[in-house]
Design a protein around this ligand. Structure first.
Ligand SMILES: [Zn+2]
Length: 285
């Protein structure tokens, strides 16, 4: 789908399961299970969705999914038995190879967004996209390198330390619209410090990558957010600002973890926004 001179497509990197209670925080189960039913272990289906933005001589990957490095034990915990194919296969479906990726924008470094950044080759862990520069916010990088007790289980050093060792990181301090022409990088802190969100601006329509600010369409109501969020009140204010602009500027929102809804136009009030029209993000050319 075109946004200005960029052609954008969503890619499903991984299917996995997470505890429904953790995904909806203080929202009672009797409410959230009407939107996403849980299995016998209270887990709900999730996807790890990435975005590919092609244009201006660049092929930009936004987030890289879980990747293939998780132990068999963790794969079982996350119900990843049915995970489809390899990174190569996922990209091949779009006519791309790992060599084609010029940039990887990491919204943040939680393992379900950054795991696919690195891969095991000849017993070493190396960047999975050999020609890419990897872009991350400074405050997120610092948190990932020195996580708090609460954050520790979300970050896996093998996902990002090899990027530092290979000198392929670009550490950005704050929001910017200078990195790529026509793409603004917005920054939020409520889910985790320095989460960055690309806003791809086109003529008449724009695409916003929600990352974990709004992980699924079921998280559109303002007060429905994850138990994982570090600063809930900050998140609510950031989400309010994003929803306000999305409604007034008619943005398409891309949800990273919703197995059913990749992206959508929204309508309604800021406190209670809902899907107006779903959008399937596929390349036009
Ligand atoms: Zn996260």
């Amino acid at each position: 789908m075109k946004f200005g001179r960029y052609d954008c497509a969503a890619v499903e990197m991984d299917a996995f399961l997470l505890d429904g209670g953790a995904m909806f925080g203080v929202v009672p189960k009797t409410l959230w299970e009407k939107k996403i039913p849980a299995d016998l272990q209270n887990r709900i289906p999730m996807t790890a969705r990435s975005l590919i933005i092609r244009g201006h001589n660049r092929t930009i990957l936004v987030d890289a999914g879980i990747g293939d490095k998780l132990s068999a034990k963790l794969k079982k915990v996350f119900g990843m038995g049915k995970t489809p194919g390899s990174m190569d296969a996922r990209l091949a479906a779009l006519g791309l190879t790992a060599e084609d990726i010029t940039d990887v924008v990491l919204t943040h470094l939680h393992f379900d967004h950054a795991g696919g950044c690195t891969a095991v080759q000849n017993n070493a862990i190396v960047p999975a996209f050999p020609h890419a520069t990897y872009h991350i916010q400074k405050s997120q990088w610092e948190l990932a390198c020195h996580p708090s007790l609460r954050d520790r289980s979300g970050f896996i050093a093998d996902d990002f330390m090899p990027l530092y060792a290979q000198k392929v990181l670009n550490i950005i301090d704050g929001p910017t619209d200078d990195l790529f022409e026509g793409i603004c990088l917005m920054v939020t802190h409520g889910h985790t410090a320095g989460q960055q969100h690309p806003l791809i601006k086109g003529d008449g329509r724009s695409l916003f990558f929600c990352a974990d600010l709004i992980p699924t369409a079921a998280h559109l109501p303002l007060t429905w957010h994850m138990g994982y969020d570090n600063l809930p009140l900050t998140l609510l204010e950031e989400k309010r600002q994003v929803l306000k602009r999305a409604l007034s500027e008619d943005w398409i929102l891309c949800f990273p973890h919703d197995p059913r809804v990749a992206a959508a136009f929204i309508s309604g009030k800021v406190e209670r926004a809902e899907i107006k029209e779903t959008v399937s993000l596929k390349f036009e050319h």
